[in-house]
Design a protein. Structure first.
Length: 417
């Protein structure tokens, strides 16, 4: 185990991330770890259950990596589970995880980041500890990550739940979790850092004319993020208003598997080659975000997408379906900042996109309001202390390293209890 550079003594906190993939929950974890290092003296340890593209960034904090796609035991475990041999797969999981978790047996507070980290709880040695689960998943995310039996067995062992959106809180209430055990903390980001020259370079490499309007989207090429719906949006906008000469950029991957090939097939068959661009996964997306004129959230399910916060912080207007956490973006008691349309109503979303592309004043007004709200409420320096305060309530000894409170512009009550 490694020690926090600014801390002394045994670790008070173990942070467990389900993976090091370039996705929302691990990115929030990294932001929180950086803030802990900058602003507190809390001794902490970090554990990744699987590796990923950001594994090296986690290892800057001395993270231990249990395994992942490159682990033979994990591959065998996954294969046996897929074939229905769950008892045998569980035995292999025990062989993999229990020794990895043994060194952390005396850590008094565990933060499990995402439902995908919850199974680690069953392999932790018995002991007195507090457990906080930060839930970033909605219903389909639950189903694709853990089964109901795992949830029913392990959820009672969680002392407190943190959710990234009110929509997630409502889901936990529906699962019978006491509201007094739930605190909502939206996701948070560092202030975007974009370089206009790099943005122009990316635009030129994608083949987008300098003055062409750009509609952007971001996410993995999976069912929840729905890149194929984004292609349909591009089809509708291009059919209705070819004079706009709009281009459409999807940032995220993977693109080298069946999902990428299927997307390229749709783009080709729709006659949108050269108009819809798949940028893939990039370690620094801010430059691409900054060249968007409108950001479109076509996700089927997305509780608090960090791409929404990143583009909002850059002053971009956002359009979204009326699902997930996008409808919550805005000051409490006021209508949300994104322009929201009925779920999967691509025609209605196209109308909003066209309106924003045509009306520069409306685009700038909405983008400016979104930027003001995100910078005041969703930057790491503002939001991470709130999460820390929740952890300190669960485990009071953290209070000894509590930083000074950070003021923020909008009232943002985070507790449902």
């Amino acid at each position: 185990m490694s020690e926090h550079p600014l801390a002394s003594g045994p670790p008070e906190l173990l942070v467990v991330s389900h993976s090091g993939a370039r996705a929302g929950a691990p990115m929030v974890t990294l932001e929180f770890l950086r803030w802990l290092r900058r602003r507190t003296t809390v001794p902490f340890e970090v554990l990744l259950l699987h590796g990923g593209a950001m594994e090296a960034e986690f290892q800057d904090f001395g993270a231990s990596v249990v395994g992942g796609g490159g682990s033979r035991l994990w591959m065998l475990q996954h294969g046996l589970s897929s074939m229905g041999y769950r008892r045998t797969a569980g035995g292999l999981a025990n062989v993999r995880l229990r020794p990895a978790l043994w060194p952390y047996r005396d850590v008094p507070l565990v933060l499990l980041n995402s439902v995908g980290s919850l199974p680690a709880l069953q392999f932790m040695p018995a002991g007195e500890r507090k457990v906080v689960l930060y839930v970033h998943e909605m219903e389909q995310g639950f189903r694709g990550t853990i089964g109901p039996r795992v949830w029913d067995r392990l959820a009672p062992r969680v002392d407190h739940f943190v959710t990234c959106a009110d929509a997630v809180t409502e889901q936990l209430l529906g699962k019978g979790i006491d509201p007094g055990r739930i605190t909502r903390h939206h996701g948070f980001i560092d202030e975007p850092d974009n370089e206009p020259l790099r943005g122009r370079y990316v635009r030129r490499n994608l083949g987008i004319p300098p003055d062409a309007p750009v509609v952007g989207a971001c996410g993995r090429t999976d069912w929840r993020k729905a890149p194929e719906v984004f292609v349909r949006l591009a089809t509708v906008v291009s059919r209705r208003r070819p004079d706009l000469d709009a281009h459409f950029v999807w940032l995220g991957g993977p693109l080298d598997g069946s999902a990428g090939w299927q997307l390229m097939h749709d783009i080709d068959m729709a006659g949108l080659l050269g108009r819809v661009h798949l940028a893939g996964e990039l370690p620094k997306p801010d430059d691409i975000f900054a060249m968007f004129d409108v950001f479109a959230l076509t996700s089927r399910e997305d509780p608090c997408p960090l791409s929404m916060l990143k583009t909002g912080a850059l002053g971009l207007p956002i359009v979204s379906f009326d699902n997930g956490g996008a409808v919550e973006l805005g000051p409490p008691g006021r209508e949300g900042l994104p322009r929201v349309v009925p779920y999967l109503d691509v025609e209605a979303m196209a109308t909003e996109v066209i309106d924003l592309l045509e009306d520069e004043a409306a685009r700038k007004e909405l983008g400016s309001a979104t930027q003001d709200h995100v910078l005041a409420n969703h930057l790491t320096e503002v939001a991470a202390p709130r999460l820390f305060e929740t952890l300190a309530r669960v485990h009071p000894p953290l209070g000894a390293a509590r930083p000074a409170p950070v003021r923020h512009a909008d009232p943002d009550p985070t507790s449902r209890g």
